[in-house]
Design a protein around this ligand. Sequence first.
Ligand code: NYM
Length: 212
Amino acid sequence: NSDKSYSRGALIVLEGLDRCGKTSQCGRLLSYLEELGHAVELWRFPDRNTGVGQMISSYLANESHLDDHAIHLLFSANRWEKRSLMESKLRSGTTLIIDRYSFSGVAFSSAKGLDVEWCKAPEAGLLAPDLVVYLDISPEKAAERGGYGGERYEKLEFQKKVAQSYKTLCDATWKIVDATLSMEDVEKQLRQIVMDCMLTCQKGKPFSELWQ
Ligand code: NYM
């Protein structure tokens, strides 16, 4: 088939509050898809391995202080620096599972009081996910889960604001999974949703871009 979009990989994003179980589920999903023989990679944002990512990491660890707008733009730049690699992976047939994306960027920064439209602007032109799964848990329940780490944002009061921001971002295309179910049940639901999405991408679903 000469159509390059044929048989492309899927861009799958998992979003949710801190401690919703996203990272564990991303890992389980990766193993499942690998065992089935799919070309798949697990990515995460922030990607702390780049120069920008190291600035973000030190900010999150409270080792540096930055203006809210400045850190927002760094999170966005951290996605832009991976954009072309992302597109070439997808075009070559690799499915990408991504632990947080632009929605985290907008949800966390707007929870600090930044304007939502301002927060969305630098994300425009990044690849739009083929699937966004929101692992839904109340901030209170999430806080009960073995406690937060010591990073910036990992506080119940702030997570409540983030939950509100996610609600305003969520649209009818998002798949909401109850993150309070057992690990196995969450995993089962995720597998189903993800396999459906991969199939539509294989059939040649065109790429689209965020927020334009
Ligand atoms: N975060 C993550 C943001 O504030 N903006 C972003 O664009 C992204 C991708 O970073 N509390 C926040 C959410 C998390 C923190 O993420 C680090 P993780 O998944 O804990 O490494």
